[in-house]
Design a protein around this ligand. Sequence first.
Ligand code: IPE
Ligand code: IPE
Ligand code: MG
Length: 241
Amino acid sequence: MNNTTPKHVAIILDGNGRWATKRGLPRSMGHQKGATNLKKIVQTAHEEGIEVMSVFAFSTENWRRPQDEVDFLMGLPKAREQEILDALENPELPIRVVFSGRRDRINPYNRALMEKIEHDTAHHPGLILNICLDYGAQDELAQAAKAIALKVASNDLNVDDITPQTLSEHLYQPILPPVDLLIRTSGEQRISNFLLWQSAYAEFYFTKTHWPAFTPKKFKEALTAYGSRTRRFGKVSHDEK
Ligand code: IPE
Ligand code: IPE
Ligand code: MG
């Protein structure tokens, strides 16, 4: 039996730098193009009836890049603030935005903007866009373990009551469903510390296309590929029974 539309699609937006370098442009141009492309793909996801889209925008390891690149990436929200806020007011695309990741290393300007966006879109009925910024799955799981340990230490939780569900409830976005389809652009076939827990049974889709060149058509090809996968979740598939 084929799958229907995935509920939750996660994308590792990779290859901005290589896209630009290949064209003799600075890496920052790739990040600009990549940000513009996100808008198109979110629109397509909404039209396709996808409920949640998680995107990897900046990892806990990306701080190790050259300072000028980090500064450029962290300056993008301010540079494109009006465009972002206008897009989020479009009644034809009533998406809700949430952010996952550490907030303590994000500059105050961006942190305030993130809070405003989360607040202003909280009641939008459309797709939920989960933007993972200063996000690392190992960090997320460590902070969940810490929160659970504190509850045990204060006798608010019995150690025997800890289940996978308890862990899920202590992640950055406890309400989101598990990832059905995980896409990585630009040819690398690794997860790079993205949504480890949530992707336990995700279908993986790798494409050589760099993120700025990943068109709605290519996105739909990934959805078609997902549709032809057989998901078993440890069971025996229907056709073999
Ligand atoms: C993804 O593109 C964007 C971020 C990680 C911020 P890259 O910047 O990783 O591009 P490549 O992989 O170097 O080409
Ligand atoms: C993963 O891409 C992080 C984001 C897309 C934000 P990287 O380009 O940082 O991953 P590696 O270093 O190739 O594994
Ligand atoms: Mg990369």
